[in-house]
Design a protein around this ligand. Sequence first.
Ligand code: TD4
Ligand code: CA
Ligand code: ZN
Length: 307
Amino acid sequence: MTLVTGKDILAPARADGYAVGAFNTSNLEITQAVFEAASEMRSPVMVATSQSAITYAGHEQIRFMVEDLAERAGVPAALHLDHGTDLDVVRSCLEHGWSSVMIDGSHLPFEENVRVTKEVVEMAAPRGVSVEAELGRLMGIEDEIAVAASEATYTDPDEAREFVERTGCDSLAVAIGTSHGAYKFKSEPKLAIDRLRKIAERVAVPLVLHGASAVPPDVLGLAQRYGAVLPGARGVPPESIREAVAHGIAKVNIDTDLRLAFTARVRQVLAETPEVFDPRKILAAAREGMKEVVKSKMELFGSTGKI
Ligand code: TD4
Ligand code: CA
Ligand code: ZN
């Protein structure tokens, strides 16, 4: 299947009460893991690239890799720009065949966020590409911009309605207590589900949950057993994700859990078989670990068997 838009994938998800995973990639093995999982689980999928991932791997390499693997997998797939910060980055992705883009104006004052998001919607429309926007600020680190807890703000439900009406964005990322990376909560994890419910009442477009990795204990444990130093790593429990999906979240972003699975498996292979120096043996193990993570996410989000 050729690439489809984010809207093509997310509108049915919101309507049917399931979510689709958007998995960040920057190399071959991550992308293979995502599409092998999608193919086996008969699940639609989104592959996301941050600006730094594009700098790392290159537009063309990412585009052709994703397009080819999507075709072979035979599942509906979108190639998505994650956290686009300005019009130039969005334009370059549109020119290189991305089928979905995010403009993240969440750090801007409301009116400026509206303005830049509208510009992106207008820019993407002629190509039929869908646009994700963000309102409210997640704490944590994102594209090397650190947001302190004191500056993090939850999404306001009434503002969300006005924002979507005025911008015409196709999906909306909300801030309800998650954050990027492996250190999401100092104490007990808690999401603002009440607030999410209010947003979902006012906003009909699919809602997006960033910073949704679980930091699964088994994966973290494996990485730590082989020497990873990740004290206090903690993510969003599966029950909270299930609740969020039941209340309007239709796209769930996962990056950290893939990084952890990759790291755990590479460490394990190198430690257990020190005679191995074939990159394919090392990376195939990493790919297997990431594929298991992707499959379990698809089950949790309810996107399996949807094609
Ligand atoms: O949007 N994302 C992924 C952001 C990754 C950006 O990092 P780089 O600039 O280093 O590529 C998420 O919402 C993922 O959330 P998670 O909980 O997996 O960290
Ligand atoms: Ca943001
Ligand atoms: Zn994000």
